[in-house]
Design a protein around this ligand. Structure first.
Ligand code: FE
Length: 244
């Protein structure tokens, strides 16, 4: 079996959100699709460990905010690689409350769909929620939407571990691993600049730029980063990075 072939399946990228009382949460989701027209119903798949799954299970509502193409890894990192159990993701975010009571993200989004849950299917690690559409509208028209392919190939992002499309790096094709190994001596010899990539989110630490968000000055080599430095996007430690 060649796991890389699964990357040929196309997806969009969305913020799947829900509420519990006055609390809101949401996360990046790529498994969202319309399953019937009459009545219009959507299916979304969410890991059981995700806080949003708990909210959907209890409130029986969810919203899908469709992300625009023009976003960066920081935006994805805010919604996709951190847990709403650790901080309020909707604090300082522009959003509105929809007819179902679920929050709708208004920043860097193109449109939204709100649903009442009519069915839940247990998939082991994930819940599949089927929802009947209660409202849908544009936030801004004529704006390209973000696709999974664009995210992987242009923004260079990876899937969080709770995503249905997450692939353990050790299972990627051996060819890719060999390509990385071959490039190492060439880069080190030809250019003093260092680039290390986060194996969790795809963030690249560029020694020429440093990490201004953590006060790391330009020109700081990766090996000289403080031991408590973490990925500014997903928060993992240095040992989760490897040389590009
Ligand atoms: Fe990361």
């Amino acid at each position: 079996m060649n796991i890389d072939s699964m990357f040929t399946i196309t997806y969009g990228l969305y913020i799947l959100s829900s509420k519990l009382g006055e609390k809101y949460n949401g996360h990046i989701n790529n498994t969202c699709f319309q399953v019937t027209a009459e009545p219009p119903q959507f299916a979304v798949c969410s890991h059981k460990d995700n806080l949003t799954s708990d909210y959907i299970k209890q409130s029986k509502v969810f919203s899908i905010s469709v992300i625009q193409e023009d976003v960066d890894l920081n935006y994805i990192g805010h919604w996709g690689f951190k847990s709403g159990r650790d901080f309020d993701k909707f604090k300082d975010i522009l959003f509105k409350v929809g007819v179902t009571g679920a929050p709708i993200v208004l920043e860097k989004t193109v449109s939204y769909i709100e649903c009442n849950v009519v069915r839940e299917i247990d998939l082991g690690t994930h819940w599949l929620f089927i929802g009947e559409v209660q409202d849908a509208d544009f936030i801004k028209k004529n704006t390209p939407v973000l696709t999974y392919s664009y995210y992987r190939n242009v923004i260079k992002g990876l899937s969080p571990k709770n995503a249905p499309t997450f692939v353990d790096k050790s299972k990627l094709s051996q060819l890719k691993e060999e390509n990385i190994k071959v490039k190492v001596p060439e880069k080190v010899v030809s250019a003093p600049k260092e680039e290390y990539i986060c194996s969790v989110c795809g963030y690249v630490y560029d020694s020429d730029e440093g990490d201004p968000t953590s006060g790391i000055k330009p020109g700081t080599h990766f090996r000289d980063l403080p031991e408590d430095w973490v990925c500014p996007i997903c928060g993992v430690e240095k040992d989760m990075f490897h040389l590009v």
